[in-house]
Design a protein around this ligand. Structure first.
Ligand code: GTP
Ligand code: MG
Length: 448
């Protein structure tokens, strides 16, 4: 939150946003403003204290994404960094893809409360085909931006107590091969660099010699540059930290060793890793860059990482998303375009498209109806033709049957006539036969 004097008046405008944006507003508004000297103490010099008190009261949140292949010491480093043991079950490493596991913790140091989320890339690099390994990371980061954007766009929003889950820092664990970056590392960092502050670190740096480590660091940096991968640079614009940050930028990528084991060295207990040939002290700057990482990540630049996440990465996501939705700041003539105008223009465009679609659908419907009509007419005609054909066939069959019946009737009549004639003949023959028998009987009687 910033106090900005309003030009030509005694009022102050309370504004919030990034330092740069506020400075620009202040510059524009103070042009032509009068400089007055106060004749006594007023008290607005206590404003920074008010802000500090308010922030302490609200607490802070910080979200770290750990990306790196299985067993590179991600969990151990987190435990070492925050001097605690974040309990958690061991992650499975036989899954078909990379999945994201996020755990949140409430930490307190003095009176400052920190809500810390540690997001782990479980199974990263475990697959044979690693082409899609970066996808779930990108999707997760975008989902957190989207959730924040949705909260911002709400009519009733509660951003002051919103649990911000956007990733503020991505610790990218590089395997201590001493050789070069793997293509999986390059591809993943390239995909993430516009979405998150990447801090590359060489894991398990105790397994590589000092000379090799220096060469490895140079090789990694040159590969990142030649592949256009943007990593997070500790800011040098604030003069209170410019020197230390400038020096630390030259030490990137930090080569770290993690351990939660405490070993007595001299009369002090120290975090270290013990080997048959000696001891690696985690917090000894001659042994590794763990202290540098802790200083840069937590003590000096935590707020800058949060601010960069909001002003650079989230802003980019928001801009792309709103542009995708059709929102613009200026019209085609480069004149400012208000949200209302954009909304109206978008609405008109949408209604126009809707009308066009409606008209297209109507025409399609009419065409379809016509097509169906002609199809039905065709079918009707075919049916009529078929009916006519069948009718004719039926008539022909009927006629044939009638002819056949007639000829059969004729045959029956002829047969009947023949039968009657035959019966007549037969009866005549019988009659003449019986007369002859009588005659012969008479003749025989006469003879005797
Ligand atoms: P996953 O979550 O299973 O992917 O593993 P991780 O990356 O969280 O690794 P974890 O912290 O579980 O450590 C794996 C092994 O590496 C353990 O045996 C650790 O003791 C060991 N280890 C952790 N940090 C270092 C280190 O800096 N140097 C060496 N040499 N070993 C380490
Ligand atoms: Mg782990």
């Amino acid at each position: 939150m910033y106090l900005v004097p309003v030009a030509g008046s005694r009022d102050f405008l309370v504004t919030s946003g990034s330092t740069m944006a506020a400075a620009e507003i202040a510059r524009q508004m103070t042009e032509g403003a009068r400089n007055l000297s106060l004749s006594g103490h007023v008290g607005f010099d206590g404003m920074p204290d008010q802000l500090v008190n308010k922030s302490v009261c609200q607490g802070f949140c910080f979200n770290i994404l750990c990306v790196g292949e299985t067993g590179l010491g991600k969990s151990t480093l987190m435990d070492t960094l925050f001097n605690t043991r974040f309990e958690g079950d061991p992650s499975p490493h036989n899954q078909p893809g990379v999945h994201i596991k996020s755990s949140s913790y409430e930490l307190q140091e003095s009176s400052v409360r920190l809500k810390l989320s540690i997001v782990n890339s479980v199974g990263f690099g475990d697959q044979i085909n690693k082409e899609e390994s970066y996808k779930s990371l990108v999707e997760f980061i975008d989902a957190q931006f989207e959730a924040y954007l949705q909260e911002e766009l709400k009519i009733k929003r509660t951003l002051h107590n919103y649990h911000d889950s956007r990733i503020h820092a991505c610790l990218y664990f590089i395997a201590p091969t001493g050789h070069s970056l793997k293509s999986l590392d390059l591809v993943t960092m390239k995909k993430l660099d516009s979405k998150v502050n990447i801090i590359p670190i060489i894991a398990k740096a105790d397994s590589i010699s000092k000379n090799e480590l220096q060469k490895f660091k140079i090789k990694i940096m040159s590969e990142l540059v030649s592949n256009g991968v943007q990593i997070y640079q500790f800011p040098t614009d604030d003069e209170t930290v410019a020197e230390i940050n400038g020096t630390m930028n030259a030490h990137l990528p930090f080569a770290v060793v993690g351990s939660t084991e405490e070993i007595k060295i001299g009369n002090k207990m120290m975090k270290a890793r013990q080997y048959p040939w000696g001891t690696v002290q985690v917090e000894n700057e001659n042994h590794c860059d763990f202290v540098k990482l802790r200083e840069m990540l937590i003590r000096v630049n935590m707020e800058d990482l949060r601010e960069q996440t909001h002003t650079r990465h989230y802003e980019l996501y928001r801009r792309c998303k709103l542009e995708e939705m059709g929102f613009k700041d200026t019209d085609p003539d480069n004149k400012p375009f208000s949200l209302q105008e954009t909304y109206e223009a978008k609405r008109n465009e949408f209604l126009g498209e809707l009308q066009k679609k409606e008209e297209e659908m109507r025409q399609m419907f009419v065409m379809r109806v016509k097509e169906k009509e002609s199809e039905l007419k065709e079918a009707e005609k075919e049916l009529h033709d078929k009916f006519d054909r069948l009718k004719k066939l039926h008539q022909d069959e009927k006629k044939k049957l009638e002819d056949k019946k007639k000829s059969l009737d004729d045959e029956i009549n002829a047969f009947k006539q023949r039968k009657t004639a035959a019966e007549l003949l037969q009866s005549q023959a019988q009659q003449s036969g019986s007369q002859q028998t009588l005659k012969r009987e008479k003749e025989r009687k006469n003879f005797f």
